[in-house]
Design a protein around this ligand. Structure first.
Ligand code: HEM
Length: 266
């Protein structure tokens, strides 16, 4: 007699599909690598972020690239270092023009744990970032990497350069000692002499016609909120374009390739 097939198990009794890490069947302790993979799998199952990361990190780059191509990443590292050290400085700094700012910087330098080290990292790091950004820009310029289709990458880069210099200018006032006070007055007056928007820009920076207590708060807000936020957003756009368009090949490779293609067309 033919046997009827068994009816399907009710849903509640059906075995559940295995989740990442379950196939181990509890054999032995989890190794750190397995644990890492499980965590990454867990996040990826819920966010599907891995294709985006693969797109960003595992890219083909042209033949013949060299150390000059690392200057953009070096600039980004300098910015990250400024962000981290800046957060620690902000934990102690007070933008108080009646002596509090100067005193808080003195406290950071002389008394806070590793304060002098963190302050020096931030101060020297500012110069390092400005040197690196100029070197990166010079690499892009001399390799002709600003040409079609990378014009927008260059324009965003110019904005990043201006914002980085503005970080240096606004940060210089914050210790509020004689040097930073008078140097910033000179800087704001130079801005005031600019055509058309100069006087308005100077008024905006001073927070009015006179250099006063609110000027320091304004510089502090611009230095630690406004410009860093803009820089983070623009670095994101810059890197999106770098990834989407791919890195340009070194110019000498193009020079070698062109005569052949010209000849074949003539
Ligand atoms: C915060 C500042 C900046 C950061 C973090 C940054 C970061 C980067 C990175 C990581 C790359 C990938 C290739 C490489 O490193 O050469 C790149 C490429 C590029 N950057 Fe920047 N950059 C900055 C500022 C600038 C400036 C000031 C300019 C020009 C005015 C610029 C123009 C470009 C261009 C055109 C490319 C494409 C180069 C190519 O395809 O070969 N960047 N940037």
């Amino acid at each position: 007699m033919p046997r009827l097939p068994a009816p399907p198990l009710p849903k509640i009794l059906q075995p559940k599909p295995k989740r990442p890490g379950e196939e181990r069947n509890g054999a032995g302790p989890v190794s750190p690598v397995e644990a890492g993979i499980t965590v990454v799998d867990w996040i990826d199952e819920r966010t599907s972020l891995s294709p985006a990361l693969r797109w960003l990190l595992f890219r083909k780059v042209p033949r013949g690239i060299n150390w000059f191509y690392t200057l953009g990443s070096a600039t980004m590292f300098a910015f990250l270092s400024q962000a981290v050290t800046g957060v620690f400085l902000a934990m102690y700094y007070r933008p108080d023009a009646s002596g509090g700012a100067y005193e808080s910087v003195r406290y950071i330098t002389d008394d806070a744990f590793l304060g002098q080290f963190v302050r020096a990292m931030h101060k020297w790091g500012a110069s390092v970032m400005i040197i690196l950004i100029f070197l990166h820009m010079a690499r892009v310029f001399f390799f002709g990497a600003y040409k079609y289709p990378r014009e927008l990458t260059w324009i965003i880069g110019v904005t990043l350069l201006i914002l980085t210099l503005a970080m240096g200018f606004t940060g210089y006032l914050l210790p509020f000692d004689q040097r930073s006070y008078w140097a910033t007055i000179v800087g704001v007056n130079i801005n005031a002499g600019g055509p058309l928007i100069g006087p308005y820009l100077a008024d905006f920076l001073r927070a009015g016609p006179e250099f006063g207590a609110t000027t320091l708060s304004r510089f502090y807000a611009i230095h630690m909120l406004l410009i860093p936020g803009a820089i983070v957003a623009l670095i994101g756009a810059h890197l999106y374009l770098v990834t989407k368009l791919g890195i340009s090949a070194p110019p000498w490779l193009k020079v070698n390739a062109e005569p052949e293609s010209d000849q074949s067309e003539v």
